[in-house]
Design a protein around this ligand. Structure first.
Ligand SMILES: [Cu+2]
Length: 498
């Protein structure tokens, strides 16, 4: 409908113009060719003058109306250290071109008016003027030179890479159709190596799991950074061109497949501080959701964002990520909550090259888990059965042969027995419920005895231990059933204190 109306308006306008020119033609023949020409020329001159004034006023009014959307002005100040410098350059360019725009605009229309056709008027003839040539060549050349030099200085500062000796953190952003995968280096502070040939559905970045630096790298959902810390972002793409764009930080860099780029910047305002600043502007003091006038205001729900600034396909719009700038302490807490991609997704799976081996930190974790369970039971009142599950003592199927790094857990028992000489234990053996119950009873007894023998050979007095087989009875319930481990468990300890 709107389109139709616009179409009709254009048709009517065209008709009016044609009619006016017809009337002009007729007037010409009535009043005489020359007189009509003079009149029309002067009228056009006046129209152009009016256009000049209306257009200039319009420009000024709109600039005033939209002033808060100019870079570095009002609520749109930069939230990074280099940001104000870029804003200044944009604004200097705007000022210079703005002045030129106003002067040429006035000259163009005013001269059209001033020199409109006059009967008997004569143009002055000036074939060449060196002085004029020099002036109108030199002034723009000088202005351009100043702008470009200024820009180059800023470019070199903004694009400077980090000095390897200074303190900075490095993260990685990989664009793909249609999302960003962020990668943080984990506790070692170093990003692991990647190889595109290793990209699979479970390994979206092609991280090389043989590189230990990869094992603690994590892929967070949001881009979280500490305020005041220099960040180097490695930027890559997996398929087509994308563009890593953080508008509030004046960060914008293409993500190119096969050609890593980077951007170094230092955020200097937390999300909270930026919101605080926005709260002073009326355009942010309105409800964030127009349908909910009593809901939070626009400044309260403001978030920094990461976007893709390259039209990379139909899902381009969905390449948005939340960016949060927080104080260092909050950042550290956030990092502690993140789980390494390797541990959460790859560990123990078929594509884990380390599945047969136990990492130092896993041994430590298991020790802590055992010590915690042992000490808790030790401190428990004597009225309850003090059962400590041995979650990491494994046996080969249908056999009493220890398997799968069981010695670490057994060593934990040795240590606990040594530091608690008053404690005696009963080692309980179990089996699953497949096979013959009688055989299972024997097997469970053998398993308990294998554990006992291990402890004896490690120097624990046999007097302090007994081994009992429970066959395929479900292990005595402990607070551990929720983890699902009770089903795998083949042995447990019962602590006896006299
Ligand atoms: Cu994109």
């Amino acid at each position: 409908m709107t389109l139709f109306i616009i179409f009709i308006v254009f048709v009517l306008l065209a008709t009016v113009i044609v009619q006016i020119s017809r009337i002009n033609e007729m007037a010409k023949s009535i009043r005489g060719e020359e007189q009509a020409f003079v009149r029309s020329n002067q009228r056009q001159g006046r129209y152009l003058l009016v256009f000049m004034i209306v257009f200039l006023i319009g420009t000024i009014v709109s600039a005033f109306y939209y002033k808060n959307y100019m870079l570095g002005y009002g609520p749109h100040t930069a939230a990074s250290e280099h940001g104000p410098m870029l804003d200044r350059i944009f604004n200097i360019t705007l000022l210079v071109t703005g002045i030129v725009f106003v002067i040429t605009h006035i000259a163009l229309f005013y001269f059209s008016y001033k020199y409109s056709y006059r009967v008997g008027g004569k143009a002055s003839f000036m074939p060449h003027d060196n002085k004029l040539e020099i002036i109108w060549t030199a002034i723009p050349a000088f202005a351009m030179f100043a702008l470009v030099i200024n820009g180059l200085i800023a470019w070199n500062k903004v694009m400077a890479d980090v000095d390897p000796n200074e303190e900075y953190m490095e993260i990685e952003a990989t664009g793909l159709q249609f999302s960003w995968i962020l990668r943080y280096p984990g506790a070692d502070g170093k990003l692991g190596t990647r190889d595109f040939r290793q990209i699979t559905s479970t390994n979206p970045l092609g991280q090389d799991w043989n590189d230990v630096k990869n094992l603690d790298d994590f892929h967070p959902t949001d881009l979280v950074l500490p305020k005041g810390k220099k960040v180097r972002v490695r930027i890559t793409a997996r398929d087509v061109l994308h563009d890593f764009y953080l508008p509030h930080f004046r960060v914008k860099m293409d993500a190119v497949p096969g050609l890593p780029t980077y951007f170094v910047f230092t955020p200097n305002m937390t999300t909270e501080e930026y919101r605080e600043q926005l709260s002073e502007y009326p355009e942010y003091q309105v409800p964030a959701d127009p349908a909910d006038p009593n809901g939070p205001q626009k400044w309260e729900v403001f978030e920094y964002e990461l976007a893709c600034a390259e039209l990379c396909g139909y899902g381009h719009y969905s390449m948005r990520k939340l960016v949060r700038i927080v104080e260092q302490a909050e950042y550290d807490a956030w990092v502690r909550q993140q789980q390494s991609y390797y541990l959460s997704t790859i560990r123990g799976k078929d594509d884990d090259p380390h599945r047969e081996q136990l990492f130092e930190f896993e041994i430590d974790e298991r020790r802590a888990e055992f010590e915690n369970a042992f000490n808790t039971m030790l401190a428990a009142p004597d009225s309850i059965e003090k059962i400590v599950p041995l979650n990491y003592v494994f046996f080969e199927t249908g056999s009493a042969t220890l398997s799968g790094h069981s010695s670490h857990e057994l060593d934990n028992i040795v240590a606990a027995m040594q530091s608690n000489p008053e404690v005696s234990i009963e080692i309980g053996g179990h089996t699953d419920n497949t096979g013959d119950p009688e055989n299972n009873m024997t097997l469970s007894q053998q398993r308990a005895e294998v554990v006992e023998e291990y402890l004896i050979s490690a120097g624990i007095d046999a007097e302090r231990m007994s081994a009992v087989g429970f066959g395929q009875e479900v292990p005595v319930d402990t607070n551990d059933t929720e983890s699902g481990r009770a089903n795998n468990r083949r042995t447990e300890l019962r602590i006896i204190t006299e």
